[in-house]
Design a protein around this ligand. Structure first.
Ligand SMILES: *[C@@H]1O[C@H](CO)[C@@H](O)[C@H](O)[C@H]1NC(C)=O
Ligand SMILES: *[C@@H]1O[C@H](CO)[C@@H](O)[C@H](O)[C@H]1NC(C)=O
Ligand SMILES: *[C@@H]1O[C@H](CO)[C@@H](O)[C@H](O)[C@H]1NC(C)=O
Length: 975
């Protein structure tokens, strides 16, 4: 028995013995590699002296028992000890493996430097170090002449890449070096000689200058990705030689000129995306690219017609051409083939009818055609398009009756038919629209009565039916819309009383019923709409007294003019508009007659006193209520803090490539790491074992579906519902795909039953708040920097506003809040928006201070106005010099009332250089526009950006110059 075992052992030893010296050396080399990872790793359990190297997990050998492959990709490897000390990988030992052909260490959390010893690995064919946290420059690798596959994307390397050493790598077919923060560098000529290349990924790697004509040498290329760089000039003609291209992505650059002649020969292309450049000319070269699946050319300067051949592209699934100057009609058969799901041709000059068959195969989710010149009826065929999520055709010349099933499409989240010539009824099918968040029918010729079944669409956040011909009563059932934030029914022919039930719409921020024939008294219940910011009931036939309850509201707009109201105007409402009510009196408002003196007044006074008492009681009750809420809040928070550690059923949805493990994050959600408190949860700074820092927002979800506190978004309440969770994840996925230089990156969400974590980029230099106010005196930032900050932030915000049109409006609120990383010290507890600027590491925080806890597009504009004011004056939003109950907006508005230049000049921060004071004044004027009391009067971000750009010095001095380099240099220095 023993003997047999011995013989078996002996047999094993025979091949080992024959090349003992090499193999024992290999064991030592691999154990050295293992030692970089500490003891614990299960991955290395088999890496011991007891095993032969060929039995080590992740190791492959050739027939001679020599190591050829190290495959340790995606193993969550971390090469630093508990104290955070990094052990650089021992490339000398690794490369001492004489037969090593594959070194695959991608998608781990490896850090430290990649040493020059890498060059000794001269048998390597595959090298993958991508998606790691290495630092420093990548060493020259001219000696790796057998290399076929090089992947270094998102590996953390920086500085200059050793492009010149690539010229010897004749066999290279896969080159992936993108997503690294290199120093700005031109497109490396060395690449052009690597004619074996099939795959090139250089997106987001600081490439400047032009794409060289010599790209034509790379005839085997199937994939070329150069997006998110600063590439200028035209698309080189040579590109038409690359007949094998399947995917060409060059979006987010500064490309100009036309699609080169001969582009039509790239018939293998299935994905072409050159969005967000300055391309011009027409699309005729794309006529023959019949294998296209996805075509993105939005935000360019393209003209001409959309080729009719697009209607025969059988694989086309997504077409995004918005914001160009395209003309003519859409091909009739467009999208009538399998898989078509997305079209956005908004903001062009297109005409003709909407193609009828884009949902023929039942896959379409997005139909976006706003701001064109489309005519005709809305095709009947879409009434059965149950997959539709967004349908937006506003600002066209469409007419006729909307097929009634459209109102009740079960997945539709946004229905926007505004500013067309539609007519007919708004039917009771709306009761089936369970997903609908935003409904805009404004400025059409719809008529008939409003369907009471609208209460079935209980996800509605925004309803805009203004400027139509609706008649009849306002249905009571509106009171069931608990998420409703804005309701515009103005300029119709509605009659009857304002339903008392509107007082149950506890989320209402804007209510406009002006220009109808509504009668009877204003319901007292409106006084319980705590979030109400704007109330317009003007131009009706309302009578009776103004309810005292309204004075409890913090309204930025109150218009009750042109009614038949009587009695005295409550004191706190005196800033409202009451004209055209002959029965109203006030001692303060000049255009109203004074209230009668004597007995009635003393009565009034007594009433007033008792009202004061009531106010007192109400205040006391409210205080108790909030105390109660706070206690519950705290209990839940503590509980959720516990569960954050206790439960293990967390689920991660990662949308970017991640190199951390969720438990690492969950363990760091503790009070020491708290950096801010927000409306929906706390923000933590989390440092991973790899040394990387992230910001994590912890949101608590409620057990009951509509908790009484702070769940300002539909998706967060009722989150126990599995569907909602899925929806949440889908939305986070969309958000995490947002790519904009001025917007902070969202990495993933981690959810469990009662908590959600949102993980995003951490901004080490904090917020603009800290930059402006907390480091005051240290180093004042100059005007050029302030201006660049303003423009960068404005562009980010503009992008969000446009980009978000493509999201459910419910969720944009979430986005705005979740982009927050740092909070200012004062209690500005409402809507936050963080914008990362062109220059990394500064972040902005916007908040609409006193008015509302709801955020919408125009309140972002308001907040942005506040930021501009802070930038120009250097003052905080609230300072004692503004006086009690005043803030920066009221202060500047009061100073600017007389519009005296000298007075305005005095507001400008003394640290701003004299030569720029004029420009600063212009920015202050824009700030005034943005902070107009009436949200409608505030400009859209689009025009804010263009106004700011007009002041931008680079535009003034160098004509067309792109983003001002010198300003960004200056900023980098300051930060
Ligand atoms: C394995 O390594 C030994 C020692 O270097 C060498 O003699 C042998 O040829 C190698 N075998 C193969 C198949 O590479
Ligand atoms: C690279 O290509 C250019 C032009 O195609 C040629 O002139 C040059 O000699 C090549 N360089 C090497 C190292 O092959
Ligand atoms: C496109 O391909 C056709 C046919 O192969 C060829 O004749 C033509 O020259 C090509 N055009 C360009 C600009 O390369």
């Amino acid at each position: 028995m023993f003997r047999r075992l011995f013989i078996v052992r002996l047999l094993f030893l025979i091949p080992l013995a024959s090349s003992r010296s090499n193999h024992s050396q290999e064991v030592e080399n691999l154990l050295k590699l293992k030692s970089a990872f500490g003891e614990n790793d299960e991955v290395f359990a088999t890496w011991t002296h007891r095993n032969s190297v060929c039995e080590f997990a992740g190791i492959l050998c050739n027939s001679g028992g020599n190591v050829t492959d190290i495959n340790l990709g995606s193993q969550s490897l971390i090469n630093c000890d508990g104290g955070g000390r990094i052990t650089d990988l021992p490339f000398d030992s690794i490369c001492d493996l004489k037969f090593l052909e594959k070194l695959l260490l991608g998608n781990n959390s490896l850090s430290g430097r990649i040493s020059k010893n890498l060059r000794k690995c001269n048998h390597l064919r595959y090298l993958d170090l991508g998606i790691n946290n290495f630092s420093g420059e990548f060493p020259a690798i001219d000696s790796l002449q057998l290399l076929e596959f090089l992947s270094l994307n998102a590996s953390g390397i920086s500085g200059l890449f050793p492009w010149s050493s690539l010229k010897h790598l004749k066999r290279l077919s896969f080159l992936s070096v993108g997503d690294n923060r290199f120093d700005p560098n031109p497109f490396a000529r060395e690449i052009l000689n690597l004619t074996a290349l099939k795959w090139v990924y250089l997106s987001n790697s600081s490439i400047t200058g032009k794409i060289p004509e010599g790209i034509k040498n790379l005839v085997h290329l199937r994939n070329l990705e150069l997006s998110d760089n600063q590439i200028s000039g035209g698309i080189p003609k040579g590109i038409v030689q690359l007949r094998n291209l399947r995917q060409l992505e060059i979006y987010n650059n500064y490309l100009t000129g036309k699609l080169p002649f001969g582009f039509r020969n790239l018939t293998n292309l299935w994905n072409f995306d050159a969005s967000n450049n300055s391309l011009e000319g027409d699309l005729s070269e794309l006529r023959f690219l019949k294998n296209l699946v996805s075509l993105g050319l939005f935000k360019n300067r393209l003209t001409g017609e959309i080729p009719k051949e697009f209607g025969d592209f059988k694989s086309l699934a997504a077409l995004s051409l918005y914001r160009n100057q395209l003309t003519g009609k859409l091909p009739k058969r467009l999208g009538s083939w399998t898989g078509f799901r997305y079209i956005d041709v908004s903001e062009n000059l297109l005409e003709g009818q909407i193609p009828p068959d884009m949902c023929k195969k039942g896959a379409m989710t997005h139909l976006l055609m706003l701001q064109n010149r489309f005519i005709g009826q809305f095709p009947e065929s879409y009434a059965k398009c149950k997959t539709l999520i967004r349908l937006r055709v506003s600002n066209n010349f469409l007419s006729g009756v909307i097929p009634s099933w459209i109102w009740g499409l079960p997945n539709l989240q946004f229905l926007d038919l505004a500013s067309n010539h539609f007519e007919g009824n708004f039917t009771d099918d709306i009761g089936n629209a369970k997903s609908l968040g935003s409904l805009d029918l404004s400025n059409n010729r719809f008529s008939g009565s409003l369907p009471f079944q609208i209460s079935g669409a209980n996800s509605l956040v925004s309803v805009n039916l203004r400027m139509n011909k609706f008649y009849g009563i306002v249905p009571d059932s509106f009171g069931k819309l608990k998420e409703l934030s804005s309701l515009y029914l103005d300029q119709n022919n509605l009659s009857g009383a304002i339903p008392k039930s509107l007082g149950l719409c506890t989320s209402l921020v804007d209510l406009n019923l002006a220009g109808n024939s509504l009668s009877e008294e204003i319901p007292e219940s409106l006084g319980s709409l705590q979030l109400l910011n704007s109330l317009n009931l003007s131009g009706n036939k309302l009578s009776g007294m103004i309810p005292a309850g309204l004075s409890a509201l913090k309204l930025s707009l109150l218009d009750l003019s042109n009614n038949q109201l009587t009695g005295s105007v409550p004191e706190s409402l005196e800033s409202g508009n009451f004209e055209g009510n002959s029965g109203l009196c006030s001692s303060k408002i000049a255009y109203l007659h004074p209230c009668p003196r004597g007995k009635p007044q003393s009565q009034g006074k007594r009433k007033h006193l008792s009202k004061l008492n009531i106010c007192f009681i109400v205040a006391a009750v409210l205080a108790l209520f909030f105390l109660f809420i706070y206690v519950i809040f705290k209990i839940r928070r503590d509980r959720s803090n516990q569960t954050a550690h206790g439960k293990n059923n967390w689920q991660v949805s990662s949308f970017r490539l991640l190199n951390f493990n969720e438990m690492e994050i969950i363990d760091e959600i503790k009070s020491e790491n708290l950096i801010g408190r927000g409306g929906q949860g706390n923000v933590y700074k989390v440092t991973l074992r790899s040394g990387e820092t992230l910001a994590v927002k912890h949101i608590w979800c409620q057990e009951s579906s509509h908790g009484s506190f702070r769940s300002s978004t539909a998706m967060l309440s009722d989150s126990n519902n599995k569907n909602n969770n899925r929806e949440f994840e889908a939305e986070v996925a969309t958000l995490s795909n947002i790519k904009h230089i001025n917007v902070v990156k969202l990495f993933c969400s981690i959810t469990c039953e009662d908590s959600k974590l949102l993980v995003y980029e951490y901004m080490p230099n904090g917020s603009l708040w800290e930059q402006l106010h907390e480091r005051r005196g240290e180093q004042e930032i100059g005007w050029r920097v302030r201006q660049a900050l303003a423009l960068g932030a404005a562009k980010g915000l503009e992008y969000l506003h446009h980009g978000l049109i493509r999201l459910n409006e419910n969720y944009r609120i979430l986005l705005l809040e979740e982009l927050l990383v740092t909070l200012p010290p004062v209690n500005l507890s409402s809507g936050f928006l963080l914008i990362k600027l062109q220059i990394p590491f500064i972040s902005l925080l916007f908040t609409e201070y006193a008015y509302t806890t709801k955020v919408n597009e125009k309140s972002d504009v308001y907040s942005f106005g506040v930021v501009l004011m802070e930038l120009v004056t250097g003052k905080k939003p609230v300072e004692t010099e503004f006086g009690e109950n005043s803030d920066i907006v009221m202060w500047i508005w009061s100073m600017s009332k007389e519009m005296k230049r000298e007075m305005m000049m005095e507001l400008i921060n003394p640290s701003i250089e004299d030569e720029y004071k004029e420009d600063a004044l212009k920015v202050l004027t824009i700030a005034l526009l943005c902070t107009d009391k009436s949200p409608q009067a505030r400009p859209f971000m689009k025009s804010v950006v263009s106004m700011l750009e007009k002041i931008e010095p680079s535009y003034k001095n160098n004509g067309e110059a792109s983003y001002d380099e010198s300003a960004s240099d200056e900023i980098t220095k300051v930060v």
